[in-house]
Design a protein around this ligand. Structure first.
Ligand SMILES: *Cc1c(COP(=O)(O)O)cnc(C)c1O
Length: 422
């Protein structure tokens, strides 16, 4: 089939050889998925999930027992007191915005002890001037860069915490930076330190791309709020929209008041019939995340063999599903993305081209042939056309599609003479 689909025989052979060498790592990934599958299943059984919970609600959405059950399932999986899981949370940035705005008041300060936050948060916080930002509301922001070796700068963090510090935001995933991604344990250590300096500070973890990669989540190590997007890992590829916030009862109730209204909180919010996909997606999320992880690992190992630098490299332990490859020139970056697009189940006939995007100073190329628009738990890749021409990619609902996508990307580079099989 690979040959029939246009992948060169030599590359298929190399791919299979690489894959054989990864079997032990794949089993580790499977064991984590097995554990997390039981964790989710147990939460569903404990909350007596039943057919009545899949019904649509409309209007105000009062007494929506399906919505309430889904939120209890999230809370039990994340081992938190409560959770807010809603289609009305439009994306990860929105979930983080709700969490941030809900806990601070004018005069308060937010601290990021792990360096610069994700791009879209710049405007939320007001690092980049923006209408409606936290800065406009009189909330200040401070960040402590990581040390040169990528570790937490505890002394500088201690000095940055003062009486105005209300909330600490910790981003687990490196996102599109070149730092490392933190494990839930490392985040727990940081939270412990921060609470030691100032016990009443609220700790918020941006968990995007991290859910179900490890057996524990940041909420297992004391995070007051753990936040993410449902078109990434926890939606399992089925959720078509939504976000979640899992945390203490007090924090989650504050978030509900900010998302809807004071006085209404989490009591309103019609589900309009999306609960089946949100619930079933969460059920599938551990194994879908495992597929994305195997895809990332396979691609790192293959592209290393082809002579490229990868981040993280194929020997590193992983705590998110993002993979980067340093392709070195524009032609290779474009070829890679074309290969991913051509291997997609949706829009495989479309050719991605670099384009000017809002917020970028250079053209960006993106490949995403996804069932859910923009879903990055599905195989997708992008990169800005600037040195060192890194491509960032993630996802893969099934490992077999992920593997084919990566082979297709490599094949495109080979076909154009941009790389040689050694
Ligand atoms: C994706 C992501 C976000 C924002 O999520 P959107 O759904 O794109 O708004 C925030 N932080 C990190 C680390 C992410 O990966």
């Amino acid at each position: 089939m690979y040959t029939e689909l246009g992948i060169s025989d030599a590359l298929v052979k190399l791919g299979n050889e690489i894959e054989s060498g990864l079997q032990e790592r794949f089993s580790e990934i499977d064991r984590t998925a097995e554990y997390n599958q039981l964790k989710v299943l147990n939460a569903m059984q404990k909350n007596r999930l039943q057919e009545a919970h899949f019904q649509p609600s409309t209007g105000y959405g009062y007494n929506d027992i399906g919505r309430e059950t889904l939120e209890k399932i999230y809370a039990d999986t994340f081992h938190t007191e409560a959770a807010l899981v809603r289609p009305q949370i439009t994306c990860g940035t929105h979930a983080l915005t709700v969490a941030l705005f809900s806990s601070v008041r004018p005069g308060d300060e937010i601290l990021s002890p792990v360096g610069h936050p994700y791009d879209t948060l710049e405007e939320v916080i007001g690092i980049r001037e923006s209408k409606g930002s936290l800065k406009e509301w009189g909330v200040s922001y401070r960040e402590v860069p990581l040390k040169a070796d990528g570790s937490f700068d505890y002394e500088a963090i201690r000095q940055a915490i003062h009486e105005k510090t209300k909330l600490v935001e910790i981003q687990r995933s490196k996102g599109y930076l070149s730092r490392k991604t933190f494990s839930p344990e490392e985040i727990g250590e940081l939270i412990g330190f921060i609470k030691g300096v100032k016990p009443d500070v609220i700790t918020l973890v941006d968990n995007c791309y991290g859910e179900f990669v490890d057996r524990n989540e940041p909420s297992d190590f004391g995070a007051d709020m753990t936040v993410g997007s449902l078109i990434k890992n926890p939606g399992g590829g089925l959720s078509r929209t939504g976000g979640y916030i899992a945390g203490t009862k007090e924090c989650v109730e504050q978030c509900a008041r900010r998302l809807t209204s004071p006085g209404l909180g989490g009591e309103v919010g019609a589900n309009l019939g999306v609960l089946p996909e949100m619930i079933q997606g969460f059920f599938l999320a551990p194994t879908v995340t495992a597929s994305a992880l195997k895809t990332a690992l396979f691609s790192a190992a293959l592209f290393e063999r082809l002579g490229f630098e990868t981040f993280p490299d194929s020997s590193a332990l992983r705590h998110d599903i993002i993979q980067a490859v340093r392709l070195g020139n524009a032609e290779a970056l474009i070829a890679f993305c074309k290969g991913i697009q051509a291997a997609s189940p949706v829009d495989s006939f479309v050719t991605p081209e670099p384009w000017d995007m809002p917020g970028y100073d250079v053209p960006v190329i993106m490949a995403a042939g996804t069932f859910v628009s923009g879903a990055s738990i599905e195989l997708s890749a992008d990169g800005p056309l600037r040195d060192p021409y890194n491509v960032y990619f993630q996802g893969g609902l099934t490992y077999f599609h992920g593997k084919f996508g990566i082979l297709s990307a490599a094949n495109e580079l080979l076909r154009r003479g941009l790389v040689k099989l050694q």
